[in-house]
Design a protein. Structure first.
Lengths: 117, 117
């Protein structure tokens, strides 16, 4: 969901999509879907001589599963992190504000829970 | 996602994971990028030679699809230096290319014991 939203905000930007088969295609991001399938417009292949069959292809649909990289314009990204998603399994501590929790209430609740409540 | 490709009359190019290039008219697709291609043909390219091998009505399983591109009818599909040859001719060229790459592969294997860094 996160990357889907991110790519939706990137629609209209020039990107270069590098595929797992090493083909790299530059174009304008037209649309993206939940599978991160990508539709590019006004496309041209990076190494045109190596891929003659792609000469007249101007718009294409790229299956999300075959994408290796999506290269973004250098200033096209707001790198200041305002909101982020953190995978639970990598968290060591969550530091709470001192008055964030009523520790006595928590302690009682834990005792009840341990007793089988 | 591919809805616009259904509406367009033009031909499309489908790149498959095994490197094959299919061309034809998109008749149907689904959320897995499974596709039905009418009047399909495989464009085989070896060096500067190419051949279109007719296939008929094809159902392509989505997991094999890399890219689906619109072939712009106003542009040349291939660079002007490419020569169209017969099916037997291109199959022969493919065989030569395959044998050359296999030879390169076996030679590399024989050199591997030398343990170059």
């Amino acid at each position: 969901m996160l990357f889907f939203s991110y790519f939706k905000d990137l629609v209209g930007q020039e990107v270069t999509v590098e595929l797992k088969n090493d083909l790299a295609i530059r174009g304008t991001l037209h649309s993206v879907d939940q599978y991160l399938n990508i539709k590019l417009e006004n496309t041209r292949v990076v190494d045109q001589d190596k891929y003659p069959h792609m000469l007249s292809v101007r718009n294409c649909f790229i299956r999300g599963s075959v994408v290796r990289y999506v290269q973004l314009p250098p200033d096209g990204v707001d790198l200041s992190v305002r909101n982020c998603f953190i995978r639970g399994s990598v968290v060591r501590y969550v530091q709470l504000p001192p008055d964030g929790v009523d520790v006595d209430l928590l302690h009682d609740a834990a005792r009840r829970e341990a007793r089988g409540g | 996602m591919l809805a616009s490709a259904l509406d367009d009359v033009g031909k499309i190019l489908v790149l498959l994971r095994d490197g094959r290039k299919l061309m034809g008219t998109l008749r149907s697709f689904d959320q897995f990028a499974n596709a039905v291609l009418e009047g399909a043909c495989e464009r085989v390219i070896v060096g500067e030679q190419y051949c279109d091998i007719p296939l008929g009505l094809y159902v392509i399983r989505g997991e094999n699809v890399v890219l689906i591109g619109d072939l712009d009818t106003e542009r040349e599909e291939l660079p002007p230096n490419m020569i169209r040859v017969s099916e037997t001719e291109i199959k022969r060229a493919q065989k030569v290319e395959r044998e050359a790459s296999e030879l390169r592969g076996t030679m590399r294997k024989r050199m591997e014991f030398l343990d170059f860094d």
